[in-house]
Write a new protein. Structure first.
Length: 236
C-alpha cells in the first residue's frame, strides 16, 4: 500500500498501458493548445471587430477604406470579408458587357463572394473545435480502457500469488483506477473549452452575417439599407 500511486503504476505499465497513457497525454496537450490558441484568436477578433467595422463605414474615401482593410492582420476576418466584397464589385464593374455580367448581375455576384468569404472565415473559427469535442467525449473511455486492463492484470497477479486479502487487492486495483481519473482530468477542460468557444463563435458568426448584409447593400446599391443614407465612400 505504501507504493500505491501514479509513479508505481507507470513502472508496471505493459504495452497497452503505455499506449493508453501516451494517448491521454497527447489528447491533453492538444486540447490545452487549442484552448489557449482559440482564446488568443477570439480575444483579438472581438477586440478589433468593432474598430474594423466602424472605421470602414466612417472612412470617407473608398480607397482609404480598402487600404485600411489591407493593413489589418491576416487573422482578422472582418477585413477579409469586406475586401472580398470590394474585389467582387470591382471585378464585376471591369467586366461590364461580358458574358460574366450577362450570367450574374452585380447583386448576385457580390452575394456569391460574400457567402464564400463568410464560409471561409467561419471555418477558420472552428479550428481545433473537432479535437476538443473528440477529446471531451473519448478521453474518459480511453482512461476506462486503461483501468479495465490494469485491473485485469492485477487480478491475474493476485490469483497467481494466492493472496486475495484486502491489502493485496486494494493496491493494484487502486492504481488501475487512477487511469480513469486521468481520463476525466483530460476530458473536463476539453468539454468546458468546447462549450465556451461554441458560444463565442456563435456571437461572431452573427456579426459576420450582419456585416455581410451591410456590405452587400453597400456594394450592390451604393448605400446601407439600415442606415438609410449612403456613406460618403459610396459617392467616391
Amino acid at each position: 500500500m505504501s507504493q500505491m500511486g501514479f509513479s508505481d503504476l507507470i513502472h508496471n505499465f505493459d504495452v497497452l498501458g503505455w499506449i493508453v497513457f501516451v494517448t491521454l497525454v497527447v489528447m491533453s496537450i492538444g486540447s490545452i493548445y487549442f484552448i489557449v490558441a482559440n482564446f488568443l484568436r477570439n480575444s483579438m477578433i472581438r477586440a478589433r471587430m468593432e474598430k474594423v467595422i466602424g472605421t470602414f463605414w466612417d472612412t470617407p474615401s473608398a480607397q482609404d477604406a480598402v487600404r485600411f482593410l489591407e493593413d489589418q492582420p491576416r487573422s482578422e476576418p472582418f477585413s477579409k470579408i469586406a475586401l472580398d466584397a470590394a474585389q467582387a464589385a470591382a471585378h464585376h464593374q471591369r467586366n461590364e458587357g461580358s458574358r460574366l455580367v450577362e450570367a450574374l448581375n452585380r447583386s448576385e455576384f457580390i452575394d456569391r463572394a460574400l457567402r464564400q468569404a463568410v464560409a471561409r472565415e467561419s471555418l477558420r473559427l472552428e479550428g481545433g473545435m473537432t479535437l476538443l469535442a473528440t477529446v471531451g467525449s473519448s478521453a474518459p473511455f480511453v482512461g476506462l480502457l486503461g483501468t479495465v486492463w490494469g485491473i485485469y492484470h492485477a487480478l491475474i497477479k493476485i490469483a497467481a500469488s494466492g493472496n486475495a486479502s484486502m491489502e493485496a487487492v486494494a493496491g493494484p486495483v487502486g492504481e488501475a483506477l487512477i487511469m480513469t481519473a486521468f481520463g476525466l482530468f483530460v476530458a473536463i477542460p476539453a468539454v468546458l473549452g468546447y462549450n465556451f468557444y461554441v458560444r463565442q463563435n456563435r456571437v461572431i458568426y452573427a456579426r459576420f452575417d450582419e456585416f455581410a448584409h451591410d456590405l452587400h447593400d453597400f456594394f450592390a446599391t451604393g448605400s446601407r439599407v439600415e442606415a438609410g443614407v449612403a456613406p460618403a465612400a459610396a459617392r467616391k
